[in-house]
Structure formats: structure tokens, C-alpha cells
Write a new protein. Structure first.
Length: 95
């Protein structure tokens, strides 16, 4: 198993928050702090924004409650960074 960096742990916490899996988010945060990584203000902002949105910024289609509201029924275009984060998160979860 490969060692994880701060970004990997933060991404796992963010993914759990956006899935509404609070137990998983706490466990990931606990693992993050046990290895000596602590969240910074950027992590906290990303997690709180994800919690407020209640949907994944990348990868999945968990935004059923927002479909057609903001985007007028059009397919939402995702940035390359959000696509990258979605791919990374899926790979981290497979490990």
C-alpha cells in the first residue's frame, strides 16, 4: 500500500462529506491527524462548501436535488480540476 499525502487524506474527507457519510468523514479526518497531517483553511473551506452544496463536485451524479435548478436543465460542465479530483478520489477509495 502506498503512503498518502495531505492532499489524499483531505480528498477522502471531502468525498465522505459530500456523500453525507459523516462517520466516514470523521474516520478519514482521524486517520489524517494520526499520521501528522492537519487540515488547513483551504481544506476546511472546501469541506464546508461541499457540505452546503450537498452534492459531489466531480465524478458522480449525486446532485439530483440541484438538477435543472441552477443550470436550467442543461448538463453541468465540470472543470478539469474537479474531474481530476473525482478520478483521484475513486483511485484512493480502491486502495
Amino acid at each position: 500500500m502506498q503512503s498518502k499525502d495531505r492532499g489524499s487524506y483531505a480528498l477522502l474527507v471531502q468525498g465522505a462529506v459530500m456523500d453525507g457519510d459523516w462517520t466516514g468523514a470523521v474516520e478519514e479526518l482521524k486517520q489524517m491527524t494520526e499520521v501528522g497531517f492537519y487540515p488547513n483553511s483551504r481544506n476546511l473551506n472546501a469541506w464546508s462548501e461541499g457540505m452546503e452544496r450537498g452534492c459531489r463536485p466531480s465524478g458522480g451524479n449525486n446532485c439530483q436535488n440541484n438538477v435543472g435548478v441552477y443550470y436550467g436543465g442543461r448538463r453541468r460542465r465540470r472543470s478539469w480540476k474537479k474531474k481530476r479530483d473525482g478520478i483521484w478520489l475513486e483511485n484512493l477509495r480502491r486502495q
